[in-house]
Design a protein around this ligand. Structure first.
Ligand code: PRP
Length: 183
């Protein structure tokens, strides 16, 4: 699928590659969390596609919930102040949680989330990110599960956006800076 009128530089991960890696991650999670009260927490909006695919490959019982945060600071960079805009509905005290992200870049978003969720006394907190972007980490995040390690290209698709566009691409692509849509 290609969205007409939008210029994509290059496909980085095809849907088949994503699907098989998601399956592998789900298999590991299913083994690691057997007999545990597992709550998967998707971080809106980018993680919705990953969460939806991941949970359908997980073979043990689990609960899902979503959280949303906003970052303020340097333009499209996420290296600013982070604020909670939608809280969880589940009580996570004593439960095993996995925070699910589409990508981790600076790590600031995740470190904020881990900090606030730890105060609610879950039994454990782990992180599952589809993509770990290297080279710009500002916070040391233990990435317990990740799908792919990539560089600093601007990625869109499979939940990731540029000014809210491209989220619905079924693959992950890189946007060429000169071809990014301006609004
Ligand atoms: C993206 C992504 C992570 C965060 C990672 O969210 O989904 O939450 O940035 O960046 P960091 O490691 O540098 O903090 P974004 O703010 O773009 O919101 P979205 O998920 O709604 O697209």
């Amino acid at each position: 699928m290609q969205i007409t009128g939008h210029e994509i530089n290059r496909i980085v991960l095809k849907r088949g590659e994503i699907a098989s890696r998601v399956k592998e991650l789900a298999t590991r999670i299913s083994l690691d969390y057997q007999d545990k009260d597992l709550v998967l927490i998707g971080v809106l909006k980018g993680a919705v596609f990953f969460v939806a695919d991941l949970i359908r490959e997980i073979s043990i019982p689990l609960t899902i919930d979503f959280i949303s945060i906003s970052s303020y600071g340097q333009d499209t960079d996420t290296a600013g102040v982070v604020k909670l805009t939608k809280d969880l509905e589940e009580d996570i005290k004593g439960r095993h949680i996995i925070i699910v992200e589409d990508f981790v870049d600076t790590g600031i978003t995740l470190s904020y989330l881990i900090e606030i969720l730890r105060l609610r006394q879950p039994a454990s907190i782990e992180v599952c990110a589809l993509i770990s972007k290297t080279g710009n980490r500002k916070s040391d995040i233990p990435l317990d599960y990740y799908g792919f390690e990539l560089g600093q290209e601007y990625l869109v698709g499979y939940g990731m956006d540029y000014n809210e566009d491209y989220r619905n691409l079924p693959y992950i692509a890189a946007l060429e800076p000169g071809k990014q849509k301006t609004t």
